[in-house]
Design a protein around this ligand. Structure first.
Ligand SMILES: [Zn+2]
Length: 104
């Protein structure tokens, strides 16, 4: 398993969100949607969803309440630990449809 990093374009300032490439692999292999929240350097919060075969996309954009919203979801937690010991927290999304409905 590599410690590769994927990037996803965030805002119009040219900032990018970074996440472990291993999450893409897990989504594809286990055919599960994964989600995480990430800050942009300009302090915008992004809720990112990684879907099998589709990769990552921004599902919602907002403020710190997005972190709280994700905390409130009863979704299994997971942690990716890189070879350098860095940790990346994310969730498994049991029902991707709920996520779509929540932000439409
Ligand atoms: Zn930004």
């Amino acid at each position: 398993m590599s410690d590769g990093v994927r990037t996803l374009r965030a805002c119009n300032e040219g900032h990018v969100l970074r996440y472990p490439e291993a999450l893409d692999d897990r989504a594809n292999v286990e055919e599960v949607d994964l989600a995480f929240c990430s800050y942009c350097p300009c302090r915008t919060v992004y809720l990112v969803v990684i879907s099998p075969g589709e990769g990552a996309r921004v599902a919602a954009v907002g403020g710190p309440q997005l972190f709280e919203w994700l905390e409130e979801q009863d979704w299994p937690r997971s942690t990716y630990v890189g070879h350098d010991g860095s940790m990346f927290l994310y969730r498994m999304v049991p029902s991707p449809l709920d996520l779509i409905l929540a932000f439409e």
